[in-house]
Design a protein around this ligand. Sequence first.
Ligand SMILES: O=C([C@H](O)CO)[C@H](O)[C@H](O)COP(=O)(O)O
Length: 208
Amino acid sequence: MELQLALDLVNIPEAIALVKEVEEHIDIVEIGTPVVINEGLHAVKAIKEAFPNLKVLADLKIMDAAGYEVMKASEAGADIITILGTAEDMSIKGAVEEAKKQGKKILVDMIAVKDLADRAKEVDAMGVDYICVHTGYDLQAIGKNSFEDLQTIKSVVKNAKTAIAGGIKLETLPEVVKVQPDLVIVGGGITGQADKKAVAAKMQQMIN
Ligand SMILES: O=C([C@H](O)CO)[C@H](O)[C@H](O)COP(=O)(O)O
């Protein structure tokens, strides 16, 4: 199981400082959608240059023009790029094709997908690398989480790795670990803590 640190509410210098604190306890750094909106793909480039040994995920949440956007994120140094599960099949296939050309990976974010089991089977058959259940900030605000959804995709996905994101904290991590996803994505559960290094270390220990 791998641990991904999601950075959403920081600028580039803050992101670098944050990763420095926890780098030995994480596998992947996510440049979150709000960071890409504020800073552009420069943020991906800056983190990859500062931490060449960590994988970097660009959370573009692609919906269209997938081949082009995967190409640009790859050029910036991203190792993994996200596309939405609600995107057209043609877009997801285009993302996979371009990622293969560039030697990169595609993570499909299943946020807001209604027919989760069926859509997970479909995107799994398209050759994507990760399928991720995700409760976004807006549904976290009304107490939702993705723990049941993780069990759903674990039971139908045959090829891709499984992942979970959205509001995961130290206290809720045991429930996630029980289901054994391949990737656990944590943002505020680390970045919002006073001792980020200690929390990341504990999470890494629980995951392994
Ligand atoms: O993808 C995310 C969200 O949509 C904002 O871009 C977050 O990175 C993801 O939810 C993980 O962050 P936390 O929910 O704070 O753990």
